[in-house]
Write a protein that binds this ligand. Structure first.
Ligand SMILES: CC(C)(COP(=O)(O)OP(=O)(O)OC[C@H]1O[C@@H](n2cnc3c(N)ncnc32)[C@H](O)[C@@H]1OP(=O)(O)O)[C@@H](O)C(=O)NCCC(=O)NCCS
Length: 390
């Protein structure tokens, strides 16, 4: 096969060439894949061997919240290589090009939902957080009375809804600073608008939910919540009451996010099941930026980290991390670090998915007990999660 070149879309024919590759890869129909690619053609990247399109992917510029701060990130979706070009390094060549360009743009992280972990580990990603479903049995959900009203969201509510989402997401490690791409997935389902409802108090919207409707499912069915945010306990109660009012035709309400969900504490019994539906992977594209952009506990610590990165060698170095007042100053330094780890292990540590002590036991991190304790303090805390699938 000719050398692989990666580029942005150059003419409309590019998307038509890529759509059947994406459709075949994900067992979709080409029209559906073309429609999806046409939503954000500026984010599509194509791999060509000679003049022939042999693969592609979608880049989704976004952010992840860590330690209460937004870290710039690139979500990847729809990574696909034509069936006849597989096994020749096209996917890895695409990833390398996308990483180098993202670093140039100042993007610190990349994340994705893998269909195969092996490929992405080769490119420096590691498993770094969960995407859990919570399934509430509506027949057992009590009614709740509150002073909040409940009505349908309108387009005019969008800015307030997005502010409320950001205020709660920023406190949840891993959650997205959503791009329009993600909001579109919240507000539409299979091309049709989802039903948005708001729990309103005297000062405005305190909580909201978006429900995907699917007439093909008939009834009884499960209510699929594309988003469920409650900033106050009154909003939680109002939205649970709203869900309970569906119990004659819906068996369950299902929503996504982390495994530990304090909203459930208002329920009188364990009338729900939480399951890990997927595990996402993270790639640290720029160690210095990633460490500087996230937030930390308000402690004073100084540590050197030696990061090995054989896929993106410009990213591997020894870094001095000085944390103070919830922020870090990071600089490159020379020599061995107090802690040595591969960039993949750093991903799992960075999100708080796996502790330094666990990584050390697994032989994936080298450091003294004192350094491990420092890392535990800086990166530990609530388990990282995502509420969005992309
Ligand atoms: C997965 C896919 C993109 C890989 O493309 P590719 O160009 O064949 O991948 P590469 O040749 O660059 O593979 C590099 C390495 O990744 C791993 N890998 C590649 N495809 C894999 C697969 N399907 N399953 C498990 N590991 C795989 C291998 O370790 C491979 O190295 P090797 O060839 O030395 O064994 C391609 O098979 C595809 O389009 N599949 C269907 C869609 C899909 O699963 N996309 C990923 C969505 S997250």
């Amino acid at each position: 096969m000719a050398a692989v070149e990666v580029s942005a879309v150059q003419d409309p024919g590019d998307l038509e060439a890529l759509a059947p590759i994406v459709a075949y890869a994900f067992n979709d129909n080409p029209e559906g894949s073309l429609g999806w690619l046409k939503q954000t053609p500026e984010h599509v990247r194509l791999a060509r061997a000679g003049r022939k399109v042999v693969g592609g992917l979608l880049r989704v510029p976004m952010g992840h919240w860590f330690g209460g701060q937004r870290v710039s990130a690139l979500g990847l979706a729809g990574v696909a290589v034509s069936a006849t070009a597989r096994g020749g390094g096209v996917a890895l060549a695409m990833l390398r090009e996308v990483f180098v360009a993202a670093r140039r743009e100042g993007i610190a992280l990349s994340s994705l939902y893998p269909s195969t972990v092996a490929l992405y580990r080769k490119a420096g990603y590691e498993l770094a957080g969960h995407y859990c479903s919570t399934k509430l049995t509506l027949a057992e959900c009590p009614r709740f009375r509150t002073a909040l009203t409940l009505d349908e969201l309108t387009e005019a509510d969008a800015p307030e809804v997005e502010r409320l989402y950001a205020a709660t997401a920023s406190e949840r490690p891993g959650y997205l600073d959503r791009a329009p791409y993600h909001w579109e997935r919240v507000r539409t389902h299979r091309g049709k608008p989802t039903l948005g409802v708001a729990a309103r108090g005297a000062n405005g919207i305190e909580g909201y939910a978006y429900l995907a409707t699917d007439p093909a499912a008939g009834f009884p069915h499960d209510l699929k919540l594309r988003d469920f945010v409650a900033a106050t306990q009154a909003a939680e109660l109002r939205l649970f009451d709203f869900l309970a009012c569906h119990r004659s035709t819906a068996d369950h309400a299902v929503w996504y996010g982390g495994a530990a969900d304090a909203r459930l504490f208002v329920l009188p019994d364990k009338i729900y099941k939480v399951a890990v539906d997927s595990t996402w992977m993270l790639r640290i594209l720029d160690v210095q930026r990633a460490l500087e952009q996230r937030g930390y506990p308000d402690v004073e610590r100084d540590l050197t980290l030696e990061v090995l990165d054989d896929f993106l060698s410009e990213n591997g170095a020894t870094f001095r991390l000085r944390v103070s007042g919830g922020h870090a100053l990071v600089e490159r330094t020379s020599g061995a670090g107090q802690v040595c780890l591969d960039v993949r292990a750093l991903s799992a540590l960075y999100t708080g998915f796996v502790s330094a002590a666990e990584l050390s036991r697994a032989g994936l991190l080298d450091g003294s007990p004192r350094s491990l304790a420092t890392l535990g303090l800086l990166f530990g805390g609530q388990a990282p999660a995502l509420a969005d699938y992309f």
